[in-house]
Design a protein around this ligand. Structure first.
Ligand code: UT7
Length: 329
């Protein structure tokens, strides 16, 4: 069977209207705008309204990606939603989305790989397209992290935001998805987790009182892991795709912390002008961060036809994942 080349046909995005600035956070916890900007690079983040959910953000981003791709919901074969904040534990948010979009022929499931989820999703979609079993696949990273953020914990509440980004993948003549590298280290799972709400610690009055339904993070451990994983994974995917790092036109890393991004770019010898960052506006939106950044880079004219874009994610699991996509325009 001949390999079908997979590529990105269209991108979409959805961001809540409400902006929460560092100054606003100064009123909630013992922090300062200066500390947050210096230690993370974040200035503000978006917060979902009570009516907005991962599903509603995913639907808006997904619809825009389909419009930009020129693909209708009837043509979708698969919907993958990468998220750590699904509307419910089950059914999958992707199934709710399949109904909302009215995509009769689409299989649908959620993918949970923390902030690496979107790269995992693109990689998975590429395999189905490569082997000819599916044609058009909607991959979305969507989160309402504000719902699992402990607004009394200054170590974490300054970092996260809400939003969604989407891509339609389908067959392309040349270029497109050129390679991937993924990995995990479950031993580091304890450094970034939401302990309760699953089968191990179901919701009880005690679990709520102990604030176990919120994000818990050892920031220093995750920081060290992040730089190592980004650098190693970027080098591996470049080698697998037979592309030199200097031939990468744009590096779009997971938008968690400016210091992680700058340190990784420096070690990879990727110059500043080839690194895309928008974390000052949105903070860390987990699985949504890479597709939102990808969309903005495209909208800002930072990506031309034939450009090779390196996407690198890392996050809860611990997980990491990289892929190189040649923009087909
Ligand atoms: O998607 C993946 C998810 N997570 C990440 O990528 C996070 C990776 N880690 C990080 O980005 C950084 O570790 C943080 C931004 C979370 C923390 O930055 P840091 O430079 O590693 O600071 P730290 O944790 O070593 O804390 C330094 C000091 C501490 O005070 P003491 O013990 O030195 O007195 C903290 O209590 O800063 C204090 N601190 C704060 N001060 C003001 C921690 N959070 C805040 C805050 N405002 N919001």
């Amino acid at each position: 069977m001949e390999k079908v080349q997979a590529g990105i046909l269209g991108l979409g995005v959805s961001l809540p209207q409400k902006i929460l600035t560092n100054k606003d956070l100064e009123k909630k916890v013992d922090t300062t705008d200066e500390w947050i900007r210096a230690r993370t690079g974040i200035k503000e983040r978006r917060i979902a309204s009570p009516e907005e959910t991962t599903l509603s953000l995913a639907e808006k981003a997904g619809r825009e990606a389909m419009t930009n791709a020129g693909i209708s919901a009837e043509e979708l074969d698969l919907i993958v939603v990468a998220t750590v904040t699904p509307d419910m534990v089950f059914p999958a948010t992707a199934c709710l989305l399949q109904d909302a979009l009215n995509a009769p022929d689409a299989a649908a499931f959620d993918l949970e790989a923390g902030c690496s989820g979107f790269v995992y999703g693109l990689t998975l979609a590429a395999q189905f397209i490569n082997n000819g079993s599916y044609k058009n696949i909607l991959v979305i990273g969507a989160e309402v992290l504000s719902r699992i953020t402990d607004w009394e914990d200054r170590n974490t509440c300054v970092l996260f935001g809400d939003g969604a980004g989407a891509a339609v993948m389908g067959p392309v003549d040349h270029g497109g998805f050129l390679g991937f590298e993924m990995g995990s280290d479950g031993g580091g799972g304890e450094f970034l987790k939401m302990p309760a709400g699953g089968g191990a610690i179901p919701p009880t009055i005690e679990s709520v009182e102990q604030r176990l339904h919120y994000i818990k993070m050892d920031g220093n451990q995750v920081f060290k892991f992040a730089v190592k994983a980004m650098v190693r994974s970027a080098k591996k995917v470049a080698a697998k795709a037979n592309i030199a790092i200097e031939d990468i036109d744009l590096f779009i890393p997971h938008q968690a912390n400016i210091r992680i991004i700058e340190s990784s770019a420096k070690r990879l010898r990727i110059p500043e002008e080839k690194v895309f960052m928008n974390l000052e506006k949105y903070g860390n939106t987990s699985a949504a961060s890479i597709p939102i950044a990808f969309y903005e880079a495209w909208k800002e004219g930072r990506i031309d036809k034939g450009d090779r874009v390196l996407l690198v994610g890392f996050g809860a699991g611990l997980t990491w994942g990289s892929c190189i996509v040649e923009w087909t325009g």
